[in-house]
Every structure is written in structure tokens, then in C-alpha cells.
Design a binder for this molecule. Structure first.
Ligand code: CDP
Length: 229
């Protein structure tokens, strides 16, 4: 049964706009489930790479998808969400640039999207969920009560992602990060199926000049309006 007062919140937007940071803050404050839909596409990509799946071959893709089981574990206290691929914790390894270089190509495949979207829709049945990604407000939860679309200046986004990746791999260059973000944003917004676009009924959050706290406060105001009204 749907719980009283609980809503669905979708957060879409360009890469490295802080979607997951905001989603985790909101999930903690509201006691909601947080689902990182991008992590699912990254986990599928990791599986394809590790198992040398030829993703240009539909039959191979279909067969491989049948072997993939994805699960999430949420810890609201630590604001963390961990993804498991066939029982293995892959939260850390899927953030690698090797995965980021192929994920948008793989996320554009029809079968891959159907596989992920079916599971995502299922997760929203009880409401009380925040999901971030590219097509959450447009395709996965077109009737979400609150839709947020995030953006920020591209130089700020590149810097944020560079800092994050540099901590793990000091060999990474800012040029590599920049070209990966540009490539993904291009493929994500130009693909045929479920391209990244702002849902008409979404609220725009540009966090170029906002601190994490400021963006959280702004989003919480929107949430409270939706819940009370
Ligand atoms: O963290 P960042 O915004 O850079 O990316 P992500 O959310 O981890 O998503 C990685 C990639 O998965 C994106 O660049 C998209 O190609 C794909 N994706 C998608 O197609 N649909 C979604 N709902 C979420 C991610």
C-alpha cells in the first residue's frame, strides 16, 4: 500500500551536476530510499567490459543481461548507497574512467534501457523514493510529484569531477575528465531512446554558485510545498 504523504522525487540533469549529492541529502532528511540509476548503467557496462560482451550484437546483449543481477543497499545514516553486481560490491570500481568512457554508448542500447527501466519503475511502487539519472522525470516516473533538473557551468562541473577522480587516481588529467563529460553529455542528449532533456514540469536547479547546503535548502522548500499541498 502507498504510504501517506510519501512522494516520488526525480532528479535529472547533466553529468557531474551534483545530482547524487542532493539526492542523498534529501533521502536522509526525508527517510526515503535513494536510487542511483546511473550506477545501474555503469554496473552493466562493467559486466560487459569484464566479460567481453560484444554490445553491437543484440543476441549477445540479451544473453548477457539475463546473467546480470543488480541490487542496492542504502545506509541513511552514512548517506551512502552501495550497488551490488551479482553479489559483488562494485560501488567504487564503476566510478572509474574506463567505465565512464563506455557507459553512454551502452546506456543508449534499447535492450539495456528496457532492462534497467523495468527495475527502476518497480522500485517506485511504494513511493518514498528519490531517483537520479537522465530520464527519470521523463520516462521512469513521468508522474513523479517533484521533478528537479540540475545544471551548472561546465567548467565547474569538470573541476568537481576532476577532484573526485583525482583522489582515487592521481594520474588522471583535467583534459581526460573534460572530454569524457562532453562526450557523455552529447551522447546522452542526442540518443534516440529516452534522451536527456528537461521535463516540462521540472524545476530547474542551477548550482554553479550554490553551496551544498544552499541547494539542499532550496530543494527542501520545494519538497515541503509538494508534501503539504
Ligand atoms: O555521475 P554522472 O552524472 O556523471 O553519471 P551517472 O549518473 O553515474 O550516469 C552515467 C551514465 O549512465 C550517463 O552518462 C548516461 O549515459 C547513463 N544514464 C542513463 O542513460 N540514464 C540514466 N537514468 C542514468 C544514467
Amino acid at each position: 500500500m502507498q504510504q501517506m504523504g510519501k512522494i516520488i522525487i526525480s532528479i535529472d540533469g547533466w553529468s557531474s551536476t551534483g545530482k547524487s549529492t542532493l539526492a542523498k541529502q534529501l533521502a536522509k532528511a526525508l527517510g526515503y530510499i535513494y536510487v542511483d540509476s546511473g550506477a545501474m548503467y555503469r554496473a552493466i557496462t562493467l559486466y560487459f567490459l569484464r566479460n567481453h560482451v560484444d554490445w553491437t550484437n543484440k543476441k549477445e546483449v540479451k544473453r548477457a543481461l539475463q546473467e546480470i543481477n543488480i541490487e542496492f543497499q542504502n545506509n541513511l545514516k552514512t548517506e551512502t548507497s552501495t550497488i551490488f553486481l551479482n553479489g559483488e560490491n562494485v560501488e567504487y570500481v564503476i566510478r572509474d574512467l574506463v567505465v565512464a568512457e563506455k557507459v553512454s554508448e551502452i546506456a543508449a542500447i534499447k535492450e539495456v534501457r528496457e532492462f534497467a527501466v523495468a527495475q527502476q519503475k518497480n522500485m517506485g511502487k511504494q513511493k518514498g523514493i528519490i531517483m537520479d539519472g537522465r530520464d527519470i522525470g521523463t520516462v521512469v516516473f513521468p508522474r513523479a510529484e517533484l521533478k528537479i533538473f540540475m545544471t551548472a557551468d561546465s567548467s565547474v562541473r569538470v573541476e568537481r569531477r576532476f577532484k573526485e577522480l583525482f583522489e582515487k587516481n592521481p594520474n588522471i588529467t583535467i583534459e581526460e575528465v573534460k572530454s569524457n563529460l562532453e562526450m557523455r553529455d552529447y551522447i546522452d542528449s542526442h540518443r534516440e531512446i529516452s534522451p536527456l532533456k528537461k521535463a516540462k514540469d521540472s524545476l530547474l536547479l542551477d548550482n554553479t554558485n550554490l553551496t551544498e547546503r544552499e541547494q539542499f535548502q532550496k530543494a527542501m522548500e520545494w519538497v515541503q510545498k509538494k508534501i503539504s499541498g
